[in-house]
Structure formats: structure tokens, C-alpha cells
Design a protein around this ligand. Structure first.
Ligand SMILES: Nc1ncnc2c1ncn2[C@@H]1O[C@H](COP(=O)(O)OP(=O)(O)OP(=O)(O)O)[C@@H](O)[C@H]1O
Ligand SMILES: O=P(O)(O)OC[C@H]1O[C@H](OP(=O)(O)OP(=O)(O)O)[C@H](O)[C@@H]1O
Length: 220
């Protein structure tokens, strides 16, 4: 069967999972194992990008976190795991199925302790869409500057007077003399699904959701 602009999403019984590399992987793979899905331990340090787990009828596509919604929207992955931050920023046409409760942090506005309103405010962030929408809703006109990392540098070197970024422990803020001014929303990782896959592989996806749901509720 061919769907989604010529891409085949449902012509095999295997469930393709877009799994983010990096900090979500450790917690996500632990949750999958607790749900009885046997991701072999030796994958944790592997450089392989496609990992088959035939016992579970699954295939893991090891992705950069920000690309997960794209793989799922195009149907090259049936389901994926992604932070709510990325999901909000990317705004792709996918189903959000489950809050996995892992990789907890929050999206916040951050600045110098002596911050004062300025005439042409600049806000640096990895999340330009989320930041623009937030300040628009606040009725504040700001220039949003997209950066790709080390966002906390921006106010320290005079590139921006505020930033929108993730806070987890607060260590990065403390070590750089910055303060959290407002929280936009709490972030956890979510299970998302391709719309066509959700219909055509519903039994497998529902079973996975049920297993993960039990593992989440049993977690201490
Ligand atoms: N302290 C934190 N800072 C940022 N994101 C966090 C933090 N803790 C949990 N997360 C979550 O983990 C996700 C992935 O973060 P990670 O740093 O692995 O990827 P990334 O930001 O895309 O980095 P890279 O560009 O190095 O791949 C984020 O999208 C967010 O949902
Ligand atoms: O509150 P904390 O526990 O200090 O965590 C927050 C920091 O972690 C993330 O950075 P990351 O390590 O992903 O590096 P990056 O700056 O390259 O995005 C985020 O962008 C903050 O800088």
C-alpha cells in the first residue's frame, strides 16, 4: 500500500520507532525494557542507526531528537519519542499518544538578575516558533534570534537581553549568574504516531501504548 505522497508506511508488520539519540535515549530505552520490549543492552553504546528487534517485531531508527516529528509525519517511522519542546516547535501533523513522563524539564524565559525592559528587545533561543508565539500572546514585540546551543551565552555576551530555553536542575543558570523569569510550560517526552500508521497498525501501536502505560504507572 502506498500512502503519504508515495511513501509506504504500512506494508510490513514491523513497527518502526524513531528513537532520539542523546539524553532521552537512556530513559526511553529503560522504559521500553520495563515494558517487556527487549532492546539489547549493547545498543546503548552502538553507532548503528537502524536497529532491528525481531523478537518484538520492531525496528528502531536512531534519530537526532529534532528530526523525530519529521520522520513520523512522513511515515518513515510509524511512531516516535520526542520532547514536548520539540513537538511544540516543529508543529507537525502527527498524533500525540502518550506522555512518557521522562526527560523532565521546563521551557522558561531567562535573563540577567538586573534585567530591565529595553526599546528593541532581543530574545535568543533554539525554539523561535515557541518564543515568538509566547511573546506575541504577551503583547510584547521582540526580535527572536535563532541559536543552536549554549543559549545562555547570549545575554552574557550582549547578543540578547533574554533567552527562552530549557531548565532542568538550574545548574547552568546558577553557574552563569542568570535567573529564571517565567515558565512557559513543563516538558516531558511524548509518544507520537503517524496518522496512517495509527490506523493501519492500530493493534500493534495500541499494545505498545498499553505496555508502556503499565510500565509508567509502576515506575517509582
Ligand atoms: N536539561 C535539559 N536540557 C534540554 N533538554 C532536556 C533537558 N532535560 C531533558 N531534556 C529533553 O531532552 C530532549 C533532547 O535533548 P538532547 O540534549 O539530547 O538533544 P538536543 O537538544 O537536540 O541536542 P543535540 O543537538 O546535542 O542532539 C529535549 O528536547 C528535551 O525534551
Ligand atoms: O538546568 P540544567 O540542568 O543546567 O539544564 C539546562 C541546560 O541543558 C540544556 O543544554 P544542553 O546540555 O542540551 O546543551 P546545549 O546548550 O548545547 O543545548 C539546556 O539548553 C540548558 O542549557
Amino acid at each position: 500500500m502506498t500512502v503519504n505522497g508515495g511513501m509506504s508506511v504500512a506494508n510490513s508488520g514491523i513497527l518502526k520507532v524513531a528513537m532520539p539519540k542523546g539524553r532521552i535515549y537512556k530513559q526511553a530505552s529503560k522504559l521500553f525494557r520495563q515494558a517487556g520490549l527487549p532492546i539489547p543492552e549493547d545498543f546503548d553504546d552502538s553507532r548503528r542507526l537502524i536497529i532491528q528487534v525481531p523478537e518484538a517485531n520492531m525496528e528502531f531508527i536512531m534519530a537526532k531528537p529534532v528530526d523525530v516529528p519529521t520522520y513520523v509525519e512522513y511515515g518513515v517511522a510509524d511512531i516516535g519519542i520526542v520532547g514536548k519542546d520539540v513537538l511544540m516547535e516543529e508543529n507537525k501533523d502527527v498524533y500525540e499518544l502518550l506522555d512518557l513522563g521522562i526527560a523532565k524539564c521546563r521551557m522558561s524565559v531567562i535573563g540577567m538578575p538586573d534585567w530591565k525592559p529595553v526599546i528593541h528587545p532581543r530574545v535568543a533561543t533554539k525554539y523561535p516558533s515557541v518564543a515568538s508565539q509566547y511573546f506575541r500572546e504577551q503583547g510584547q514585540q521582540v526580535e527572536v534570534i535563532k541559536l543552536n546551543g549554549s543559549i545562555e551565552l547570549a545575554p552574557l555576551i550582549g547578543l540578547a537581553d533574554r533567552i527562552v530555553d530549557m531548565v532542568e536542575t538550574g545548574q547552568t543558570l546558577r553557574e552563569n549568574g542568570l535567573v529564571e523569569m517565567e515558565t512557559l510550560f513543563q516538558v516531558t517526552s511524548r509518544l507520537i504516531a503517524n496518522r496512517v500508521s495509527y490506523r493501519l497498525k492500530n493493534t500493534a501501536i495500541q499494545e505498545l501504548c498499553d505496555r508502556l502505560g503499565v510500565a509508567i504507572s509502576e515506575r517509582v
